[in-house]
Design a protein around this ligand. Structure first.
Ligand SMILES: [Zn+2]
Length: 274
């Protein structure tokens, strides 16, 4: 009887250690507990909130609980990734927060928000030369596990928030697709909808080739990966236009990412009409 009691206590202790963050979250309602965010980020939450509020329209529309969840996710990822500045660029905390913002925005409706595969970020002040492509690039997401960005172009993407160009979201969309190849955490439906986007690509490309007036910029038709990333840019930058011109793609993306950028009143939650 006594040994059974100790076994029970042992397992109770194990459960408490394993799920202490979630138990604290149930008590406090604070997502920083749920994701066990490091102290240095907890202490800076006010300044991070101010920065995000100043820089990002997407964040400004969020309710206080949604902001709490957004920031906790962002800080969790910040604690796990590394940044390197090239060509004389000194990477500041502010730059790191802004880059990770794009990742959290893209995945805000999903369970998956940390990309296991992408722990390295490389920033250049402006566009950079890639030997592999033999040309200057603004962004590059490599399956080898790093994301390279031109900081000037990243900033421009958010500065003008409705011009269909957003380098950060574009590269994060590439990263998400690469992450989906290896992760087991995401539901099957995410993968199925991602595949469905690929199936739409030939049809959309043919329409564009026949000169049917479309919405997406030409770069979308380079291949199915660029198609996905460009659609993601339109999805967040001009959701009204995408929904109006390509309702199937808008519906598919909103179900895959589990968010509706048009639902600004309710934290971009997906409603049955999206
Ligand atoms: Zn691309």
């Amino acid at each position: 009887m006594n040994s059974l009691y100790f076994v029970f206590l042992y397992f109770l202790l194990l459960m408490l250690i394993q799920y202490h963050g979630y138990i604290l979250f149930l008590i406090t309602g604070d997502y920083f507990d749920r994701y066990s965010v490091k102290r240095k980020f907890r202490n800076n939450r006010q300044s991070i909130d101010t920065l995000l509020n100043d820089r990002f329209l997407y964040y400004r529309h969020l309710s206080p609980p949604a902001r709490n969840r957004f920031m906790a996710r962002l800080c969790k990822v910040m604690g796990k990734v590394s940044f390197t500045g090239h060509a004389g660029l000194e990477v500041t905390e502010e730059m790191k927060i802004c880059v990770i913002f794009a990742q959290i925005q893209l995945t805000f409706g999903m369970k998956l928000f940390f990309f296991e595969r992408f722990r390295r970020y490389i920033l250049y002040p402006e566009s950079f030369y890639s030997r592999f492509f033999n040309s200057d690039l603004k962004g590059l997401t490599s399956g080898a596990g790093f994301i390279t960005l031109s900081w000037a172009d990243f900033q421009e993407g958010y500065l003008v928030h409705n011009d269909n160009y957003n380098l950060g979201l574009h590269e994060m969309a590439h990263a998400l697709r690469l992450e989906l190849e290896t992760t087991r955490e995401t539901g099957l439906m995410v993968q199925l909808r991602s595949d469905e986007m690929d199936r739409r690509f030939p049809e959309e490309k043919e329409l564009a080739a026949r000169g049917v007036p479309g919405l997406l910029r030409e770069y979308a038709y380079v291949n199915d990966e660029e198609f996905f990333s460009v659609c993601v840019e339109y999805f967040f930058e001009v959701p009204e236009l995408l929904k109006q011109h390509k309702p199937e793609i808008y519906g598919l993306l909103s179900r895959m990412l589990n968010q509706d950028p048009l639902n600004r009143e309710r934290d971009y939650r997906l409603s049955s009409t999206a």
